[in-house]
Write a protein that binds this ligand. Sequence first.
Ligand SMILES: *Cc1c(COP(=O)(O)O)cnc(C)c1O
Length: 370
Amino acid sequence: MSPTTIPLDHLVPEYIKHFEAYIPSKPDDELKKLYGCDPLYRLNNNENPLGPPPAAKAVLEHFAAQKAAIYPSGDAYHLRQALAEKFDLDPDQFLVGNGANEVIAFVIKAFCQKGDNIVTADKTFAVYEWIAEFSGFSARLTPLSDFGFDADAMLEAIDERTKILFVCNPNNPTGTHWNRKQLINFMDQVDGRQIVVIDEAYCEFVENEDFPDGMELLRQYPNLVVFRTFSKMYALAGLRIGYLAGSLEVVDIIRRTCVVYSVNTLAQNAALKALNDDQHIQRTRNHIRQEKARLLPLLEKLGLKYQSGEGCFVMIHLPMSDTLAYRKLMAKGVMIRSMTGFRFPNWIRVSIGSTKAMTAFAQSLTEIIK
Ligand SMILES: *Cc1c(COP(=O)(O)O)cnc(C)c1O
């Protein structure tokens, strides 16, 4: 006879017992019913309202269905060749994953063992912290300083069990960035003792001239690992594809923790075509600049404090709870990110969407503030 209950208590590690699952938002059709709104503008995930670059779109539209029967390239062969050419590196310096989210797990698995820790900021992209913790490693979190990563605090948080330092540049959600001098200074102080990950998910949006290109620093710093994604600027979030780059010796270690075939054929082919469309980048930046120039004066007029830097998003402080604001905005058909989960209570983050969506947001925000 099979038991009616299983000894879960004894099977589950302590760090899993104490970890809360992340609950993603429901699909649009369900949300529209729930909040009685139609249309629904999603301004919660920093997606590019312009959609994928034209050449990537063409790949998607002309995909031969029969190819779905065939496994993809297990190591994104052609995409790595193209990345190597673009950044003047070796194809073996790249690992492609099922979104940048997956490569975070590759790095942590490659370097951390029982008792080790990672260091990052308390108010940044939370997935570094989550993957470390549900894998049984602690995440040592340092407070932001003036909304930016605090290099000195991170260096101080390092102990003999620290393996990886994660820096999000520019930072999601605050939009702050380290300039070239700050990043180089940090790398020099770490002096090769830990792996330093620079997450450049939003680097293609950056307009500031002093922004450091992590790819250019790889030769100088063999302990540097750079993350990039096709989800944000290249608008392929639904296909799940991102990558990391590092020195040959470090990538050779990380490669051991990669699951082959995790990146599908469609994503690889579309990413390959998206990679060199500089016009798409210019068009997207123009749009974001334009929409920020409409949004920020409104926030001033409403007397709301905000935090806006590089990237396709703005953080806004509200005179009410962010979860209440979320519900009120949802009822008006606008979805934003409430920031309590990012340890920013009473703040929301709004992604720069289409002009239509931003107009709806401006109107709805004005109404709920009054
Ligand atoms: C969106 C995002 C990612 C992950 O993107 P994927 O969709 O998994 O490629 C990584 N880092 C930051 C800071 C992000 O905002």
